[in-house]
Design a protein around this ligand. Structure first.
Ligand SMILES: [Zn+2]
Length: 426
């Protein structure tokens, strides 16, 4: 007997399910994608009702609407798990100097402090409009779930304003809010580091029910491991899941600290050593790699002194994969070090800069991203019962998405079963 469904997509040249086990897709599994040729997927009530080949689903389903995708690639939507969504301003002038090896302009604020000042000067309405515009771009490039971190508030009151705005976005992209109170010391607290940390710790219980995660920037450019431990302990005490920006610019022991606190994800990990990587894998934390940062900061090309800051990114990715850890990819969308909201761009950069295979990059950007964001039960793969977040591509193979660069290959996006992006009828 045929099952009634709302929409049946048929004749996918390749349907990539990104189905994984209880910890996503790891190690050798990354190279073994589940691909269904002449694939089909049935959507009902915003969820996936069935996945299989076209002949089987045409026999099993009674669709209200049938869409022939004419040999195109069909995949889950991307899950972008590390996103500094809420911010004001742009740092293009700073970038123009940095990329030429010049020091920041003496009369302009630079870095996170500059974005804190821009954000403080931006109204709620303008921050929401900006963030919704960025979500539109994400969706157009295939992202259906994203994180939204705070972190650009000049003080705790501003941080709580950004957190409240992240709940008010009302967009087809599913948004998971994260409280990143300990990102960088705000200029307003430049003389009161201890007092600011006290305020972050005190705010943690207040964000229960608003934030899914508490995050810290544990790095010489952010906060020390001892300072971060205070925030992580408060999060654990409050029953909030943890994320950590760890060992991005130096090995300060942040990855091991994050593993000890059972962080859901440990992000960057550029300088984490073998022992720290083993601890991360043992803890079941997801390692989130952010190749947009290495690309944008020019860390893989020598500066004019001949210095290469991070020559070992492919080796570090390989160590993480070989450790058996779950590894994810994300944009790190932010105005300073990775100003792209496109996961499609990140896939292209990941295979090139981290020397990943196409199937590995796809798993890392979908189901493993969902694990990094704590939403793998409902998002990140094409499996019956999960949300119907489905992307139809203008190419036939998942390998073509990582091969082409600099152009948007999305044809149609369904979010929770609704067609929300479509350039033309198939
Ligand atoms: Zn970040």
């Amino acid at each position: 007997m045929s099952t009634p469904v709302d929409t049946l997509l048929i004749h996918a040249g390749e349907l990539l399910t990104a189905r994984g086990g209880s910890h996503g897709v790891r190690a050798a599994g990354l190279e073994d994608p589940e691909l269904i040729s002449d694939g089909a997927v049935a959507l009902r009530g915003g969820r996936i009702a069935a996945v299989g080949d076209t002949t089987t689903l045409l026999a099993d389903c009674a669709p209200a609407e049938t869409v022939d995708v004419e040999g195109r690639l069909v995949t889950p939507g991307f899950v972008d798990s590390h996103v500094h969504l809420l911010h004001g301003g742009s740092r293009h002038a700073e970038y123009d100097r940095r990329i030429r090896g010049l020091p920041p302009s003496a009369d302009q604020p630079a870095g996170i402090a500059a974005t804190m000042a821009h954000t403080a000067a931006t109204s709620d309405a303008d921050l929401l409009a900006r963030a919704r515009g960025d979500l539109d771009v994400m969706l157009a490039h295939g992202t259906t779930t994203t994180e939204a971190k705070t972190g650009y508030g000049d003080g705790i009151a501003e941080e709580l304003r950004l957190l409240a705005l992240s709940s008010a976005l009302d967009h087809p992209v599913t948004v998971v809010p994260t409280f990143l109170g300990a990102h960088a010391l705000p200029p307003s607290h430049a003389e009161d580091r201890e007092g600011f940390l006290d305020a972050v710790v005190a705010a943690v219980p207040e964000v229960v029910g608003q934030a899914a995660f508490v995050d810290v920037f544990c790095d010489p450019l952010g906060f020390t491991p001892a300072e971060c431990e205070r925030v992580l302990a408060a999060a654990q005490q409050a029953g909030l899941a943890r994320k950590v920006h760890a060992d991005q610019t130096a090995d300060v022991g942040a990855t091991s600290l994050a593993a000890r606190y059972g962080a859901t994800s440990i992000d960057h990990v550029d300088f984490a050593d073998e022992d720290a990587i083993a601890a991360l894998a043992q803890a079941g934390s997801v390692a989130v790699l952010l190749p947009g940062v290495a690309h944008h900061l020019g860390e893989l090309t020598p500066d004019r002194s001949g210095t290469v800051a991070k020559p070992h990114l492919p080796a570090q990715a390989e160590r993480l994969i070989d450790s058996g850890a779950t590894v994810a990819l994300s944009t790190d969308f932010n105005p300073g070090t990775s100003p792209t909201p496109s996961m499609q761009a990140v896939l292209e950069l990941a295979v090139r800069l981290l020397r990943l295979s196409a199937p590995a990059a796809w798993h890392m950007a979908t189901i493993n991203g969902a694990h990094a964001l704590g939403v793998a039960d409902t998002r990140g793969s094409l499996e019956p019962g999960k949300a119907a977040d489905v992307v139809v591509w203008d190419v036939a193979s998942h390998q073509q998405v990582t091969h082409r660069f600099g152009t948007n290959l999305v044809h149609t996006v369904y979010a929770d079963g609704a067609p929300v992006v479509g350039r033309r009828d198939p």
